[in-house]
Design a protein around this ligand. Structure first.
Ligand SMILES: CC(C)(COP(=O)(O)OP(=O)(O)OC[C@H]1O[C@@H](n2cnc3c(N)ncnc32)[C@H](O)[C@@H]1OP(=O)(O)O)[C@@H](O)C(=O)NCCC(=O)NCCS
Length: 206
């Protein structure tokens, strides 16, 4: 029998994480959240009893970070010594036997093709697609509807905004933000935020 799940975070992203875990037949016991204003509330029928210090109250559970911000998710993952779950919605189409790191979530409608490698605590959001030989680094986030063609490399902590896309073979360096709807047609190496078609560095951003 699969171990129950405890979700760290209780925002909108947590709702989709809960739905994904339940679709896999996993019980969701609690959401833990650092914001005291949320304590005593619930989302989707899951109680929010307190903050992350309660994690030890769930010795049989696996944990999942439901925090969209990549830097915050990375910091928490590296500071909390917990057994992390990996969640793949049954309505995602993920090639079998791919290396997928702990803590990663793959939502409904996502497609991941052969010889792709996915790192730790990545988010493959609703209906994104990664074609053959893709690489997704630790703590990266592909927002809903992102489409990457073959041989695209996404660095650690990259955010690909909703509906953005990547031409075959491009690489996107660690920490870069690609805006909603942007088309990545060249390698992106300089840190910063890229927007538009083709995606260009937006000056004045970090
Ligand atoms: C690119 C992005 C990060 C910029 O955010 P921001 O720094 O807060 O920028 P602002 O909203 O203040 O907009 C600044 C300017 O950039 C423009 N802009 C913002 N996003 C843009 C985009 N995706 N494409 C083109 N232009 C964009 C704005 O129109 C604005 O232009 P103006 O100064 O001429 O009015 C953000 O707009 C974005 O696209 N984020 C993706 C979010 C996402 O998909 N998250 C996943 C959730 S699951």
């Amino acid at each position: 029998m699969s171990r129950p799940i405890v979700v760290l975070g209780s925002g909108g992203h947590a709702k989709v994480v809960i739905a994904t875990a339940r679709a896999m037949g996993r019980d969701v016991l609690a959401c833990l959240d650092g914001n005291p204003a949320r304590h005593g509330e619930s989302i989707l029928g899951v109680p929010i009893p307190g903050d992350f210090s309660l994690a030890s109250s769930y010795p049989d559970a696996e944990f999942i970070l439901a925090i969209g911000d990549n830097a915050t998710r990375a910091k928490l993952a590296d500071s909390l010594d917990l057994p992390w779950a990996t969640l793949i919605h049954p309505a995602a189409c993920v090639e079998t036997d791919l290396p997928i790191g702990e803590g990663t979530v793959i939502f409904a409608g996502a497609i991941v093709q052969p010889d792709t490698r996915i790192g730790r605590h990545a988010i493959l959001n609703t209906a994104c697609s990664i074609d053959h030989d893709g690489v997704v680094g630790d703590f990266a986030h592909l927002a809903p509807g992102v489409h990457l063609s073959g041989n695209v490399t996404v660095g650690k902590r990259v955010l690909l905004g909703v509906g953005s896309c990547g031409k075959p073979g491009v690489s996107i360096a660690a920490g870069i933000i690609v805006g909603a709807g942007a088309a990545v047609v060249n390698h992106l190496t300089e840190p910063g935020t890229y927007v538009g078609v083709p995606a260009r560095l937006r000056l004045g951003t970090s």
